[in-house]
Design a protein around this ligand. Structure first.
Ligand code: SF4
Length: 387
């Protein structure tokens, strides 16, 4: 006999795929943001109910199919425990219980979480734009005022730096000719009324510091070399803050490696290694380049023929400094044994529960690129030991 509860449903709303389990007293929703999901498949390996399977990762992320998601979640098999939410390194999943975000697996079972080590030393940070530009996950929150020319109501450029300007006129040399005042709105040459009594042009040069931007055009233009302008910049720091949004950060370390003042600390959440068998890669595919959420994979630039010395040029490569060992490339690669991923550790905080240890074991099992597609919507991975 069919029972009335629980009831299950699944629907897509914009970028979200919403799985629902309706019980007699409460409603559980597991929400997958299909755009944020990278197809790394960590949720699939972590799910204790085997409710998640990999989709057509490469095709979905590349936008070749728009009706599917990188991973499929079976709303009926799911126990709405939230393990996948905790383990997703990209924050693509949310669990809601009666409309409120909740993680019962942490609250009740004491399941551990990733130990995110991300920090920006505000003293060292000069609030430049590098980290914001290099971050592949939009994880940098740069709150620095916009300056004139960028948008309406923006700050005057002169306010970007703390600077003091010293303007002096040598009265012995100055003839009050008026050239400097004519050229610059910061200078007024106030002449005294002309009188036959003195028979001379007299007056004073008045300078307004607020209007002066230290361009020194007055110095260059003064025919008597009577003007000196000294500008002292006391701080090269823009007003504002730059911070890392942990919920978006995938710990690739693009920002930390490129920060010119070494103000950023980011530690990767996975330890291990990845190898690319470039000679097996059919050139021109580049699926892994497109799916890599850390922008770590690249097509090496061609070397001039004279430098090749008989070697074959690699068609694909990974910069291990940036690779986060998430495995999205392994899942998406259509070739066999091209990419091999070996995780050896996971940075977590909290107690390693039995369930976590099982998951860790799975995540730390070496695997290599896809060898076959099973059902139309499922890809299978080859574990290195059993291959
Ligand atoms: S909530 Fe738990 S059971 Fe459901 S898909 Fe996620 S890990 Fe699996």
């Amino acid at each position: 006999m069919e029972t009335f509860f629980p009831k299950f449903s699944k629907k897509r709303e914009g970028v979200n795929v919403i799985m629902e389990q309706k019980l007699l007293k409460n409603v559980n929703n597991l929400i997958l943001n299909a755009q944020t999901c990278t197809g790394c498949g960590i949720c699939s390996e972590a799910c204790p109910e085997e409710a998640i399977s990999l989709g057509l990762v490469g095709a979905v992320i590349r936008g070749a199919v728009d009706y599917a998601e990188p991973v499929y979640i079976d709303e009926k098999k799911c126990s709405y425990c939230g393990v996948c939410v905790v383990m997703c390194p990209f924050n693509a999943l949310t669990l809601k219980i009666d409309g409120e975000e909740a993680l019962p697996i942490i609250e009740r079972e004491g399941f551990p979480e990733y130990d995110m080590v991300t920090a920006i030393d505000q003293e060292k940070c000069v609030r430049c734009t590098i980290c914001e530009d290099v971050c592949p996950r939009d994880a940098i929150d740069r709150q620095v005022a916009v300056y004139e020319g960028a948008e309406e109501g923006a700050k005057a450029r002169q306010t970007a730096l703390e600077a003091t300007t010293k303007f002096t006129v040598d009265d012995e040399k100055c003839t009050k000719c008026g050239i400097c005042g004519d050229l610059c709105p910061a200078i007024d040459v106030n002449r005294k009324p002309f009188s036959a009594e003195s028979g001379k042009v007299e007056g004073e040069v008045v300078w307004n510091e607020e209007l002066c931007d230290g361009c020194t055009v007055c110095v260059e233009a003064c025919p008597e070399e009577a003007i000196t302008v000294e500008r002292i910049v006391s701080s090269g720091k823009l007003d504002g803050t730059v911070s890392i949004m942990d919920e978006n950060c995938c710990t690739c370390r693009w920002c930390a490696i490129n920060c010119p003042t070494e103000a950023i600390t980011v530690e990767k959440i996975f330890e291990g290694d990845i190898e690319f068998n470039a000679e097996k890669c059919p050139s021109g595919c580049s699926t892994c380049v497109e799916v890599c959420p850390a922008n770590a994979i690249y097509l090496p630039s061609a070397k001039p023929a004279k430098e090749l010395k008989g070697e074959v040029e690699p068609v694909i490569a990974v910069n291990k400094d940036f690779c986060i060992l998430c495995g999205a490339c392994v899942n998406a690669c259509p070739g066999e044994d091209i990419i091999t991923l070996k995780r050896t550790g996971i940075r977590i905080k909290g107690k390693e529960t039995d369930l976590f240890l099982k998951i860790k074991d799975k995540l730390c099992t070496p695997r290599t690129s896809k060898v076959k597609e099973g059902a139309a919507d499922k890809v299978e991975l080859k574990m290195v030991e059993t291959a």
